[in-house]
Write a protein that binds this ligand. Sequence first.
Ligand SMILES: Cc1cc2nc3c(=O)[nH]c(=O)nc-3n(C[C@H](O)[C@H](O)[C@H](O)COP(=O)(O)OP(=O)(O)OC[C@H]3O[C@@H](n4cnc5c(N)ncnc54)[C@H](O)[C@@H]3O)c2cc1C
Length: 415
Amino acid sequence: MKHYSAFAIAREALRNHTGWQRAWRDAQPKSRYDVVIVGAGGHGLATAYHLGKNHGITNVAVIEKGWLGGGNTGRNTTIIRSNYLQDPSAAIYEKSRALYETMSQDLNYNVMFSPRGVMMLAQTEHEVRGYKRTAHANGLQGVQTEFISPKRVKERCPIIELKGPRYPVLGALWQPRAGTARHDAVAWGYARACSNMGMDIIQQCEVTGIRSEGGRVTGVSTSKGEIDCGKLCMVVAGHSGRLAEMAGFRLPVESVALQALVSEPIKPCMDVVVMANTVHGYMSQSDKGEMVIGGGADGYNNYTQRGSFHHIEETVRALIETFPMISRLKMLRQWGGIVDMTGDRSPIISKTPLENCFINCGWGTGGFKAIPGSGWATAEMVANGTPGPLAEAFGLERFREGRFIDESVAAGVAH
Ligand SMILES: Cc1cc2nc3c(=O)[nH]c(=O)nc-3n(C[C@H](O)[C@H](O)[C@H](O)COP(=O)(O)OP(=O)(O)OC[C@H]3O[C@@H](n4cnc5c(N)ncnc54)[C@H](O)[C@@H]3O)c2cc1C
């Protein structure tokens, strides 16, 4: 694989870009792999990458029913932050945020990580208390956040209206090294690195069945034939319930559509990410100039991957209270993804009732930020057969034992 560098760009410019190679091989399935990962979203690809990089396991296939990154990974609003309340969450999200800082260099692929800062507005007294508590917890966890005054909110983001009609801005939880990255590039960068390690990324290949014998998985049935495996890892987000059903167990996960939209491009007007959870909307500006706007999840379970009109109306109406200037913007595109929600709004990184079968899911509305840390932790679990320190609190047994990791404030409506 050719190294990407400024020199390579200059060389290709001189020879009319004839020397670029495909970023990853278009692989066809072999009859057996040591590890099969189902789902080529960010979490599946990061798991494969860390299996190779951290544990030297490279006889790996990543199987994807559509195109890689075509699920939630390529549909999200790309917010990266680690200002969660509970210790296990802060640990895995901060590990992830730290890995994003060096991801472009590690993968030799520009993922456009932009640590522009994220502010979560406090617009009720309840939120002020909640965010101050989170800032104190983050201080103990080694996550750099602070509660800032309305004056500092306005300095950081002049287009905010502090005295909205219903909810004035009373302050914000500010994380200066949080931000955004280019979502497709994260998937593509991992795919390129995995392919370079000799792994097979098999697209347009749907897993339709899971074969097991004596409490162990022996292989998967796919639209491209049977594939045997030593270990199986399911990383399919909104389709986790369906995969678990194929393997013969049930998950405490519900699938719903989550929607987002972008406006027409405008001149730079906002260089931070702002989340307004009380009115329920959040916004950042993309490098192209579009305002990227996140909306809510549908209020009923479904597997539709598309937007609906009432969500545009609700989200824009809510945001206009805090950002009156967007009332004059045209909205260009709207879409949806199928997210996998757990009751405590925390993920599942776990062993399953089948001995050599593992699952990573439940990231719900906020798993883009977790991709590198989750891949690291899931690879550790698959390689060693048991979860390591980053993942051990996120096992499936917590729902039976009542050890919930309640992140409904940090993740219930936010992303
Ligand atoms: C509108 C929206 C906004 C969001 N905003 C944010 C945000 O700002 N910040 C943030 O941190 N998170 C956000 N998220 C959440 C984030 O996108 C997800 O948590 C994350 O991308 C999940 O990644 P994944 O790899 O687990 O799943 P996916 O990217 O969905 O990958 C799973 C893959 O599995 C494949 N698959 C499913 N079934 C099968 C099968 N039977 N056989 C083979 N392949 C199969 C799918 O095709 C899919 O490609 C948002 C999500 C949405 C929808």
